[in-house]
Design a protein around this ligand. Structure first.
Ligand code: ATP
Length: 319
């Protein structure tokens, strides 16, 4: 029997390195980043309408969008949602039969923090690409899916691949990285997100008058990953957007200090923030630090997780 829907699980990410080059004439920045997929997931369900079912379609489209899960607040339920945009891109690119008579339902079960620098929206877009490849039996290669993904956002190709990878260009040209070991993370969340463009603008402002060189991969960090050496990785973590995120949100400095006091192996603002990621030795240390952060009163929430983990993949087929 033909499948009527699929569920795809997609991870969030932390950036172990984020090196940002000078602002280019088109307003963008060349970056070199090292992503690690972490075990914090959104589940994306894409299915056809059941017989006689009337879906609540987004006005003027043949797609219904529903958002559930612990981090659904603040996620747009309209054509600006990255999951919708991914679906429309797939329909246009592969001439898929989706119409008011044959509509699609997309449900996002969100657990990745929103606007937290953890690629939540990108994960959903990646989930839709992988789900529609399976649902419409397109048989796309990973490379082809990553190419489509790169048209939707810099982090979307990595959300498809998962694991550990270097992202170049705008972060969308990804190459897998040899990595050993499991890494334990504590994530300090903020109640309010930070806008990625605002953080880049602040980074440019802070750098005015300085010479900014082209970004390069951090050899120490890559060697630490190859060796599975969490201590060396902790020392090598870097993020060029950290000062900008802290400048816009000074409380982040207090959060980073709590981690230092509690002996984290390393810490950094993840991506454009405001999530702060702490690398710790083991689960016990993670629990200690999570309790300290919660008690500090300077964070909106705390999560414990680990990485690396797989990229977007089908976890269930619906009949
Ligand atoms: P990145 O790490 O890739 O910079 P982020 O994790 O900081 O991204 P997202 O969670 O992707 O940020 O959300 C950024 C904004 O994108 C949100 O404030 C929201 O308005 C919008 N958005 C669009 N689609 C989604 C989606 N599916 N999930 C979450 N946010 C979305």
């Amino acid at each position: 029997m033909r499948q009527s829907g699929v569920i795809v699980r997609v991870p969030g990410k932390v950036n172990l390195q984020l090196s940002v080059g000078p602002k280019e004439s088109d307003g963008f920045h060349e970056v070199v980043t090292v992503f690690q997929a972490i075990a914090l997931y959104d589940d994306v369900t894409v299915r056809f309408a059941e017989k006689g079912e009337r879906l609540a379609l987004i006005a003027g489209t043949a797609i219904a969008l529903e958002i559930t899960g612990g981090t659904s607040n603040g996620v747009p339920i309209d054509t600006t949602n990255l999951a919708y945009r991914a679906a429309q891109t797939m329909i246009d690119s592969y001439d898929l039969e989706v119409s008011a008579e044959n509509p699609l339902s997309i449900t996002l079960k969100k657990e990745i923090p929103v606007a937290g620098g953890m690629a939540g929206g990108s994960a959903d877009a990646a989930g839709v690409i992988v789900a529609m490849d399976a649902l419409f039996e397109l048989g796309l290669s990973r490379t082809e899916m990553e190419r489509i993904a790169s048209t939707l956002g810099s982090d979307v190709p990595f959300s498809i691949s998962g694991g550990v990878a270097i992202g170049r260009g705008r972060g969308d040209q990804i190459t897998p990285v040899l990595a050993q070991g499991e890494y334990h993370w504590v994530l300090a969340l903020s109640n309010q997100g930070l806008s990625t463009p605002a953080v880049y603008n602040e980074c440019d402002r802070l750098r005015e008058g300085l010479t900014v060189t082209a970004p390069t991969a951090n050899d120490q960090l890559l060697a630490a990953l190859r060796a599975g050496d969490a201590k060396a990785l902790g020392v090598a973590l870097t993020n060029d957007l950290q000062s900008a995120a802290c400048s816009l949100r000074p409380a982040l400095r207090l959060v980073l200090d709590v981690g230092r006091e509690y002996g984290a192996l390393g810490n950094l603002v993840s991506g454009s923030g405001p999530t702060v990621a702490f690398l710790v030795d083991n689960e016990e240390k993670a629990l200690d630090l999570a309790v300290a952060l919660s008690a500090s009163g300077v964070v909106g929430g705390v999560l414990r997780t680990s990485g690396p983990t797989h990229g977007a993949r089908v976890i269930q087929t619906l009949h």
